[in-house]
Design a binder for this molecule. Structure first.
Ligand code: SF4
Length: 224
């Protein structure tokens, strides 16, 4: 646990301004952006959302959306048919069950179309200020590399890693791990020799340890 907290402290110094790389101004916008971000880069989502947010202002607007028009607007984010279904279904569910507002509880959020636990935690942590751990592919991989868990199942990862840190750290911890995963600790060829937490990491050496080689692997971002 002490090493886990030291790694978190180090990541805080490395990424003092880590935040979600999706652009949004309201819980509904973040929910929509997060749904669009499935299998898509945040950068691409951020190119599309200004048009989406200008066209659909409320849950009722999504509920009443013309499917063909919506599909066309979001096409470049991939899986646009499934995502359109989710967004229209989301609008309908919000209007029918939540008075058109995005609910601020995990148990309610996960009942919405297209919203799994990961999306729900993103929205809770970033739009409602409720601490949440977002176990995406980066968070899971880094947690295992740091030796915080051996679990693959996101719900188990969430609960094990959550137990190592105070709740107040959960949202920012998620951002830091995701930032580090995107920039340095890649799935293939992590840049160990250029990694700020290398001295604390039990997986140091998984990628090149030569600094010059590792530096070339670092992706500086931004990813939005
Ligand atoms: S030392 Fe290597 S494996 Fe560990 S966090 Fe850094 S890049 Fe990832």
């Amino acid at each position: 646990m002490r090493r886990a907290r030291r790694i978190n402290r180090e990541l805080t110094l490395l990424y003092p301004d880590a935040h979600t790389e999706l652009n949004f101004t309201t819980p509904l916008e973040l929910l929509v952006a997060t749904i669009l971000s499935a299998q898509c880069t945040d950068k691409r989502v951020n190119m599309v959302t200004p048009v989406v947010f200008a066209r659909y202002l409320t849950a009722a607007d999504y509920a009443a959306a013309d499917r063909a028009e919506l599909e066309k607007i979001i096409q470049s984010t991939g899986f646009f048919r499934a995502k359109s279904n989710s967004l229209i279904g989301l609008g309908q569910a919000l209007c029918e069950r939540f008075g058109g507002e995005v609910p601020g509880k995990l148990k309610d959020l996960v009942t919405l179309p297209g919203v799994g636990r990961k999306t729900a935690n993103v929205v809770l942590g970033n739009a409602f200020g409720v601490p949440g751990i977002t176990v995406d592919t980066h968070f899971g991989r880094l947690s295992r590399r740091f030796g915080w868990t051996v679990e693959e199942d996101p719900v188990k990862v969430e609960s094990e890693v959550g137990g190592l840190f105070p709740k107040s750290e959960w949202t920012m911890l998620s951002h830091r791990l995701i930032w580090h995963g995107r920039r340095v600790c890649h799935a293939r060829k992590p840049a160990c020799g250029a990694c700020g937490v290398g001295p604390l990491c039990p997986s140091y050496g998984l990628g090149p340890t030569d600094e010059a080689t590792a530096r070339k692997l670092v992706k500086p971002g931004p990813f939005s």
